[in-house]
Design a protein around this ligand. Structure first.
Ligand SMILES: Cc1ncc(COP(=O)(O)O)c(C=O)c1O
Length: 375
């Protein structure tokens, strides 16, 4: 059987190069490269003033090209969400790759130890059995894996809940071959949802303190905790200023979206939109052909249309319904840009970025697939 999606599918988008961005085939993920470069330079500049290093989380853009621009601007390496993202990053030439999640499923464990034979691969861990599994796989592959013990600093997601639980895990890791404890991870994701800036600062300080206290607890028992990794776009200026936090995993600043625009007003530009075509205009409503299969609908912040007076009323699978107070400024066949509510869950719905520079599409960049398949 010949699968029609086999081969280099990015080639199928190449006829878009040279078009103005409003004329590409919709729905389309549009990357304003100049804006993304400006965001990358802005954040790199801010980290030159902060004690921590920047380790951008690339689950936001899933693009080796953008990750390389971040590393060239001074990032120490990247953070990834999946083993498959880590594979593309490492094989694209990024030396220091953190998977900021637990890796348990056997195919993913096999993938990360395969990578760790030739690359510096670090993975988050919060369970002794997982440490034993990773050690066995690393020995079998003749690879060295580095680990960050994840501490839950208030989000209630992964991570051991207390420093007392972290200690036996560190002790077991010290006994296991082909593993090295690099430090701790304590992502304060719950703070990103706090709209009040003062309260966010307070919560982030408390989260950072819990992480540092856990590190001290392990250090007192003779363990090394050289790296303390935390933070995101909503807290980079708080967590990155802590003298003991060594790296910040901010990611969304590179592309921005409505959610992060509300969190860090000013300084970062919207570099990614989804282009849709008006396929119907009825009364005060226009219907764009970019529904929830091309714009991630997140629970936190709804998407916005570029026309400020238009309100996105509803997202169906392939339809975005926009209401205007009067006669819509868009007619059937016109295109409009939609700013994602949350960028990472939008990028993930697309095969490629349409890279726009100086008013035209100049390149097509792949988005890393969700699973092991990659071009
Ligand atoms: C572990 C971890 N680190 C860092 C980030 C990056 O956050 P942001 O995209 O808000 O910068 C996330 C986002 O969900 C995350 O889960």
């Amino acid at each position: 059987m010949h699968c029609v999606t086999e081969g280099d599918w990015t080639e199928r988008y190449r006829d878009q190069i040279g078009r103005p961005p409003w004329e590409v085939t919709t729905p389309a993920l549009i990357l304003d490269l100049d804006a993304a470069k400006a965001n990358i330079a802005t954040m790199a500049g801010r980290f030159r003033e902060l004690p921590a290093e920047l380790r951008p989380h690339i689950k936001v853009h899933k693009s080796p090209e953008l990750a390389m621009l971040q590393v060239e601007a001074g990032a120490v390496g990247v953070a990834c969400a999946t083993a498959w993202e880590a594979a593309v990053m490492a094989e694209s030439g990024i030396d220091d790759v953190l998977i900021a999640n637990q890796v348990v499923q056997p195919d993913k464990v096999a993938e990360i130890v395969r990578l760790a034979r030739e690359h510096r691969i670090t993975v988050a861990i919060d369970d002794v059995r997982n440490a034993e599994q990773l050690s066995r796989a690393a020995v079998a592959a003749d690879a060295q894996l580095e680990l960050l013990i994840e501490i839950d600093v208030g989000m209630g997601r992964c991570g051991v809940r207390t420093q007392e639980e972290a200690l036996p895990l560190a002790q077991r890791i010290a006994e296991l071959p082909n593993l090295r404890l690099r430090g701790l991870q304590g992502y304060e994701g719950h703070c990103m949802l706090e709209p009040n800036r003062e309260k966010r600062v307070e919560d982030a300080h408390a989260a950072n303190q819990k992480l540092v206290a856990a590190a001290d607890h392990l250090i007192a028992d003779g363990h090394r905790c050289d790296d303390l990794s935390a933070g995101g776009t909503g807290t980079y200026y708080i967590t990155g200023a802590h003298p003991r936090i060594t790296e910040v995993q901010a990611g969304s600043y590179a592309l921005m979206d409505c959610f992060h625009g509300n969190l860090v007003p000013g300084g970062f530009q919207v570099a990614m939109t989804v282009l849709g075509t008006v396929i119907s205009r009825q009364g005060n409503t226009v219907v764009l052909d970019c529904g929830r299969k091309s714009v991630g609908i997140d629970f936190v912040t709804p998407p916005l249309v570029a026309h400020p007076e238009g309100v996105v009323r509803y997202y169906a699978e392939e339809h975005c319904l926009v209401d205007f107070p009067g006669s819509p400024p868009l007619d059937v066949g016109d295109t409009a840009q939609v700013m994602a509510g949350y960028g990472p869950t939008t990028v993930n719905l697309h095969d490629v970025f349409h890279v726009v520079e100086r008013g035209e599409v100049t390149d097509i960049w792949p988005v890393i697939p969700r699973g092991p398949g990659r071009s």
